[in-house]
Each structure stands twice: as structure tokens, then as C-alpha cells.
Design a protein around this ligand. Structure first.
Ligand code: SF4
Ligand code: ZN
Length: 309
């Protein structure tokens, strides 16, 4: 039996390769909360006077995000919100788990229902040319909705549950696609560059996905069991599998990529952003690099296919 390296009493349940630590369940949970607290403080994500919204999807990462933030910062007021995307079966499960989580934490949940608010669901995109790229449309729509919700509920910071694996996977894909705009959205802290926007932060960006899964499991956090039907066509899983192979050879691989991103690439992206001209979308009023933003263009296209315009 391997003993926990922290308490030296309990049996170890987790091996943290990058820190070379064997930890028991309790010490692992404390270790995770400490890392979240340190990340928020080190990157000045928010302070006690900020109003922080937490996007809760029903999945493990955002659930762990809300749970650990509440434990790490008991004096900060967090507002949880959930976007019901209208994806058959999957969205019902997500909503139930988001409700169970906020009930467990004694927090209110603000629910934004895409069908009710905008008249369509993510499933409706199956009828458009985006049918094989629903995840990308879904991401664009969610970003727009997150901006709207943050404005509606009157917060100045928005926290999302991107973990280390998400960061590395998105980094990897955007490198391959040469998409610098998407890459710049990956920064752990995105300051608001327009009065209609809020500061966006990613407090879990240094925590690997297997650790958020273990944390959720050890702490009985309610998380969705349904898989999104649209993830099947996505290349995300394949790319994550590839990155996992590299990590087997080198446990620090993901951290090395992240470090290059933070130290070398972010300064370049920031310079680029300074030169970037942006306007305001004529439809939704949020900042955009074109007259009509990507989300509004996709919504207009969907509505014309559905015969709603
Ligand atoms: Fe949206 Fe794709 Fe995630 Fe499903 S898997 S919720 S379509 S981003
Ligand atoms: Zn718009």
C-alpha cells in the first residue's frame, strides 16, 4: 500500500505525475482547491469586490469549477448560469445536473433557454451546411450567449471551465489551422476591450482533465451522463487521443506546450490585437471584426433554411 505523501496516514488514491506525488482522496481535493486559488490569485482573475458569473454546462469541468471556486473563495458572490442548447436528451440531462449542483451548493441558477430566447436550438443546425461542424457553430453561439447573459445578470467577470487538455487541444488545432483569432481567445485572462464585454477567465486551465474527472467523482459532484450526439463527428476526441500519446512518453508535455503558449505566443498575439480594428455587429450590438458578427450570420442562415425569415 502506498501512503499519501501529504498526510502520511491514508492510502494514496491518486498519482500526480508532474508533481511526483501520491495523494489520498482528501489531500487530492485540497491540492486541487489550492491550485485553483493560486491560479486565480497569480493571474489576478478576480477579487472580492468583483461579481463573477460561472458558466455551468452540466459537464464535469464547469461543475468542478463552480464547486472549487465556492470552496476557495467563500466570500466572493458567484452567479451560476446554464445555457439550454436544446440538444435532444443531452440538454435535458445537462440541465438536471446543473440544477442539482447549484442546489447542492446553495446557489441560484440562471437559466438561458436558447429555443425560448432566440427561437432555435443547436440541433436545428443539422438542417444547414454546418451539419458536419455543429461543434464549431455551437461554440460561436455559446460565446455570443455568454456575452448576453453576462450583461443581463450584471457581472463583470465570466469564468469558464476550460481545463489543461482543452487548452492544449484547442492550441494544437488552431496552430494547424493558423487561426490566430481563436488562439487569442485561449488566454487564461481576456480583459474586456469594449464596454459591452466582461473580463473572461479560465481558473482550471492548469488542471488536467483526468484530475477534474477524479475530483468530481471523489466529491460526488453531479455531472451529466449523456454524451452530446454531435461530438461523434468532431475531431476533438481524435486530437485529444494523440496528445495523450505524447503525454505518455513525457508527463510534462502538456505543461511544456502551455508554457510556450503563455510565455512566447501570448505576447505576440497581444501585439496583433492592438492593431486589430473592430466594429460593432449591426444585429446584436456586440464587438465584431465584421459588420455582422459570426454568430448572427449563422443564425440568419439557419433561420432562412428553417423558413423563419
Ligand atoms: Fe456543442 Fe459540440 Fe459540445 Fe455538443 S459536443 S455541446 S455540439 S460543442
Ligand atoms: Zn451579432
Amino acid at each position: 500500500m502506498v501512503k499519501c505523501r501529504r498526510c502520511l496516514v491514508e492510502e494514496a488514491s491518486v498519482w500526480i505525475p508532474y508533481a511526483k506525488l501520491h495523494l489520498c482522496k482528501k489531500c487530492f481535493s485540497e491540492f486541487t482547491i489550492k491550485r485553483v486559488r493560486e491560479t486565480v490569485e497569480k493571474y489576478r482573475m478576480f477579487g472580492s469586490t468583483d461579481k463573477v458569473a460561472v458558466a455551468v454546462s452540466g459537464g464535469k469541468d464547469s461543475a468542478v469549477l463552480l464547486y472549487t471556486l465556492k470552496k476557495a473563495f467563500p466570500d466572493v458572490r458567484f452567479t451560476a448560469f446554464h445555457v439550454n442548447l436544446g440538444i435532444e436528451k443531452y440538454s435535458e440531462d445537462c440541465l438536471k445536473k446543473a440544477e442539482a449542483l447549484t442546489k447542492m451548493l446553495n446557489l441560484e441558477l440562471f437559466i438561458y433557454d436558447l429555443k425560448r430566447e432566440k427561437g432555435f436550438t443547436i440541433d436545428d443546425f443539422k438542417h444547414t451546411r454546418f451539419k458536419r461542424r455543429i461543434c464549431s457553430v455551437c461554440g460561436t453561439i455559446k460565446r455570443q450567449v455568454f456575452n448576453e447573459v453576462s450583461e443581463k445578470i450584471g457581472v463583470n467577470v465570466l469564468a469558464t471551465g476550460h481545463n489543461l487538455d482543452d487548452m492544449v487541444e484547442i492550441m494544437f488545432s488552431n496552430f494547424l489551422a493558423g487561426d490566430f483569432e481563436q488562439l487569442s481567445r485561449l488566454k487564461p485572462v481576456i480583459p474586456p476591450f469594449h464596454p459591452k464585454l466582461v473580463k473572461k477567465v479560465k481558473p482550471l486551465f492548469r488542471i488536467p482533465e483526468n484530475e477534474t474527472a477524479l475530483y468530481a467523482f471523489f466529491n460526488n459532484i453531479p455531472v451529466r451522463e449523456e454524451e452530446c450526439p454531435h461530438v461523434k463527428g468532431s475531431r476533438l476526441i481524435e486530437r485529444k487521443r494523440l496528445l495523450e500519446l505524447f503525454s505518455k512518453e513525457n508527463p510534462n508535455f502538456k505543461y511544456q506546450l502551455l508554457s510556450v503558449f503563455l510565455k512566447k505566443l501570448i505576447p505576440i498575439l497581444e501585439e496583433r490585437e492592438k492593431e486589430k480594428a473592430f466594429t460593432v455587429c449591426e444585429v446584436c450590438g456586440f464587438p465584431s471584426s465584421t459588420n455582422i458578427c459570426g454568430a448572427c450570420r449563422r443564425i440568419m442562415e439557419l433561420k432562412s433554411v428553417l423558413g423563419k425569415v
